[in-house]
Structure formats: C-alpha cells, structure tokens
Design a protein around this ligand. Structure first.
Ligand SMILES: [Zn+2]
Length: 312
C-alpha cells in the first residue's frame, strides 16, 4: 500500500511540473529556443489555442540561452531575455549550448586549403566594384590564421558562392544573411533588402561584418559565446567588429591545423555535433518510461521550417 501511495505521489509531481502555460503573446519564445538549438520541439504541446511547454525543459533552455548571451541566468522569461530574443541575429543555431567553456564551436571543414568562390548575383544597392572588394576582404580576414587561400572565379564550378537576394524577415527580426550547403557548393546569401552600411559609425548593419560572419560558417565555424567575436550570433549589441577576435582565430586554426590535403573536388565535411543534450534527454525519457510507463503523446507545434536543414 505504501508503495502505491508513493507511486501516485511521484506521478502527480511529474504532472504538475509537466506543463507551463504560455499566453499567446509569449508563445513565440519557445519557438526561438527550438530554432536556435536550446529546446527540443517535443517539449511543446498545443491544446486548443494555447501553447504548453515542459516547465523544467523551458527553464533549462532559458538558463542556457541566458548564459550564452551573458545576461542574468534567472531561468525565467524576463524582460531582458525577451529583449535579447527579439534582436536581429544570425539564423544559424547556437551550437555551443551546454559547453562549459565559452568559446568557438566548429561544424565541419573543407578537406583542403585552397578554396574558390564566385559572386553569382550582385547587390542592387552597392556597386559591383565595392561588393567585389568587401567580399574579398571578408574571405581574406580568415586566411591569415588558417593558411587558407581563397580565389575568386568569374564562373564555372566553385567551392563557395555568394549572392545577394531578398530574404523575408522572420518573427520580428531582419535576416542579414545565411549560409547553406547545397550539394558540393556552399552558398552564402546576403539580404538585398538591407540598407547595408560600409561605415561602422552609422549603426546600420555592416556588410563586411555580416559577410565575414557568414564566411566563418562557410569555412566550418559555428557560433561562439564570446562577445566581440565575429562568430557571436547576435548582431546589434552595439559592437562593431573590424577584424577577427582571438576566439575566431583559435577556432579557424583548430579546424585547419591538420588539414594538409589539397584534394579536389572536395566537399564540405560535416562534423557530428548533436551533443550531450540528445543523450541526456533520451536517458531522462528512458528513466521516466521505466518508472511510469510511456510518456504522454506530445503533438508537434507547427513552427517555421529552418534555413539550416542540415543543422547549421
Ligand atoms: Zn551565424
């Protein structure tokens, strides 16, 4: 009898801590945490018009995000957190979630050090010459610490491709650019709708800074938690970045230190970095299932599909 009481009591606790109701105006925040790699989609459920999120998972995700962007880690959806989540940022995931050290992350590498790119669509606002030189500079900043050389081609097959195209805003935020691997070419898209500035004092998004950040992804770097680094994911902290931070340099060195081959054609190689989150979640699920039977069925929330289908 005592056993049964204990069992019911625990089951009750699990139910109580299970779901946190979010008002409709706050329901976008779990979507943000999922999109950028902090929260699993299965932590959400939808009942009628409301969104429920597993309390513990949500608090953990918030704490990880708050640590990452360096605001007080309250584990609560407070004003500072909401503010940070509505800022313009890079659309790639923050892959460093759960890391002890705040530093660069890597997502893959090219198996060679000599790379090529071409510009397939120019800006409608900035002259071709200016675009050529800014994009060249964006590649060049990464050459020095990595030993990579990058050559611009006018056509033919290249490892990387840069294009200016209109990218629609998402969830209140402008998207400056994104990087996608398509077959054997990595495509960097820069948003042609943005009024790019080439002057660091105007407060407008800077094309060099954005292009350099995207090139960092194209070469194999993920995001870093180091404020002031080129690979920091949130743009408008008022920090203007002219060159690489030591953290960026160490990251690119780390990736290309051991790459000595000059194989061709070489395809970008993805690193497996699903990380500990998945393992610990599965362990947790197994423990719960073992103790209480299958978990309740949680429906999927209909969130926008991600740019980075392959996870970066
Ligand atoms: Zn990014």
């Amino acid at each position: 009898m005592g056993m049964l009481t204990q069992y019911l009591f625990l089951a009750c606790l699990i139910n109580i801590s299970y779901a946190l109701y979010l008002s409709s105006q706050d329901s976008k925040y779990p979507g943000y945490l999922i999109k950028f790699g902090y929260l699993r989609r299965s932590s959400l459920s939808r009942h009628g018009g409301s969104t429920n999120v597993k309390d513990d998972d949500f608090r953990n995700a918030l704490r990880n995000f708050q640590n990452y962007v360096q605001i007080p880690a309250s584990g609560q959806l407070d004003d500072a957190t909401k503010d940070m989540m509505t800022r313009d940022r890079c659309q790639a995931k923050d892959t460093a979630v759960g890391m002890r050290r705040r530093r660069y992350t890597t997502i893959g590498n090219w198996p060679k050090k000599h790379l090529t790119y071409k510009i397939t669509k120019y800006s409608s606002k900035i002259s071709k010459n200016e675009v050529d030189s800014i994009i060249f500079l964006a590649f060049s900043v990464w050459s020095d610490p990595s030993g990579i050389t990058v050559t611009k081609r006018n056509g033919g097959r290249t490892d990387m491709e840069v294009r200016f195209e209109s990218i629609a805003p998402r969830a209140d935020a402008h998207i400056y650019g994104n990087t996608n691997n398509r077959h054997k070419t990595t495509v960097i898209t820069l948003n042609d709708d943005i009024d790019w500035s080439q002057d660091f004092s105007t407060g407008l998004p800077n094309l060099f800074q954005t292009a350099s950040h995207e090139v960092g992804h194209a070469l194999g770097l993920g995001h870093t938690g180091v404020v002031g680094a080129m690979m920091y994911p949130v743009y408008d902290l008022g920090i203007k970045i002219f060159g690489l931070h030591d953290d960026d340099k160490q990251g690119i060195e780390d990736i290309y230190n051991n790459v000595k081959t000059v194989s061709y054609p070489g395809r970008f190689i993805y690193k497996k970095n699903r990380g500990n989150l998945e393992t610990s979640f599965n362990n947790f699920k197994e423990r719960i299932t073992h103790s209480f039977g299958p978990m309740p069925d949680i429906g999927n929330l209909n969130l926008p599909t991600e740019f980075f289908q392959e996870g970066f």
